[in-house]
Design a binder for this molecule. Structure first.
Ligand code: GLU
Length: 305
């Protein structure tokens, strides 16, 4: 499946990074299980990081509940969970470095300004239908008040080409021209919240994460993250994006599409479908046995030539 098995296991650090906007559901457990299995199969460390920066979306008690769900499923981290809300100084320092390099600038555009610009005949939008930032504040605020901070994405970003190229361990070669697909993206929001893209890159770097294993819904963010790693002088981890669990009508299973939180009373009933979603023929009637069996399947996969 990939060449990750050949890497020195001592350097392997994996992580699961849930946002406490609700409890784990069948979809998020797939990412948690895969990242745990991959870390264990490599003899590496597995960390849990609570991505709780988006304070308006956080749900009270969800972080503790997620940790309890992971524990019940036998997915135990090698260090206490870290909380992004306690690491703001790190993100501020990274933002200052980007500003000092002339790569971050204040932006006065409101959502309404951006919607109007995107609706204009020349307004660009990327493949996902999201508006590409039109660059209004690139050359200054023109007397308007700063709201957010954006990254200045240069057309040549990505080893002298416009594209960031990387290889996903499951999906194979990927590339994105960040300037064309996304444009100057937000690093710090108008409400003062550091953007996910910045925080995840700073933390993966600070925690020495060698392998990111997470859901396929985040594949589109990877090029932006690699660009930020390069600008901040951080190494790029290996990436493996896991299959998404879908609802009966094909939508991604998520809190928005009504995914039920995993019940704590029968963890195996939750682990079995997560294993199946990863294509693992794991067996066992006790959690520890089932995880050991799943680990055997995962090892076989990553050791396959
Ligand atoms: N916190 C993100 C989420 O729950 C995941 C971040 C990541 O794994 O990079 O969707």
């Amino acid at each position: 499946m990939d060449d990750a098995a050949a890497s020195p296991s001592a350097a392997y650090v994996g992580r699961f990074a849930p946002s406490p906007t609700g409890l784990l559901h069948a979809g998020s457990l797939v990412a948690a299980l895969a990242s745990w299995l991959d870390a264990r199969a490599h003899g590496g460390r597995w960390l849990v990081r609570m991505e709780d920066l988006d304070t308006p979306r956080n749900v009270a008690g969800a972080a503790e509940a997620i940790l309890a769900q992971l524990d019940r499923c036998g997915l135990r981290a090698d260090a206490p969970a870290v909380f992004q809300s306690r690491r703001l100084a790190l993100y501020e320092a990274a933002l200052r470095r980007l500003q000092a390099k002339g790569r971050a600038y204040p932006c006065a555009c409101s959502r309404r300004d951006l919607a109007l610009a995107a609706a204009a005949p020349t307004g660009g939008s990327d493949a996902l239908g999201e508006a590409v930032y039109p660059g209004t504040c690139r050359d200054g605020l023109h007397g308007k008040a700063a709201r957010s901070v954006r990254l200045r994405v240069e057309a040549g970003d990505g080893s002298g080409e416009a594209k960031i190229a990387w290889t996903d361990r499951r999906l194979g070669p990927q590339h994105q021209d960040v300037a064309r697909a996304v444009g100057d993206f937000v690093l710090k929001r108008a409400d003062g919240v550091f953007a996910y893209q910045l925080a995840v890159v700073v933390d993966d770097g600070a925690q020495g994460v060698s392998d990111v294993v997470r859901g396929e819904d985040l594949v589109d963010s990877t090029a932006r993250q690699i660009l930020l790693q390069r600008l901040l002088g951080l190494p790029t981890p290996r990436y493996l994006h896991t299959p998404l669990v879908r609802t009966a009508d094909g939508a991604k299973l998520s809190k928005q599409t009504g995914a039920m939180p995993l019940a704590l009373d029968d963890p195996l009933a939750a682990l079995r479908p997560a294993g199946a979603a990863l294509g693992l023929a794991a067996r066992g009637t006790r959690i520890a046995d089932w995880l050991e069996s799943a680990l055997g399947c995962w090892r076989e996969r990553i050791e396959a030539p």
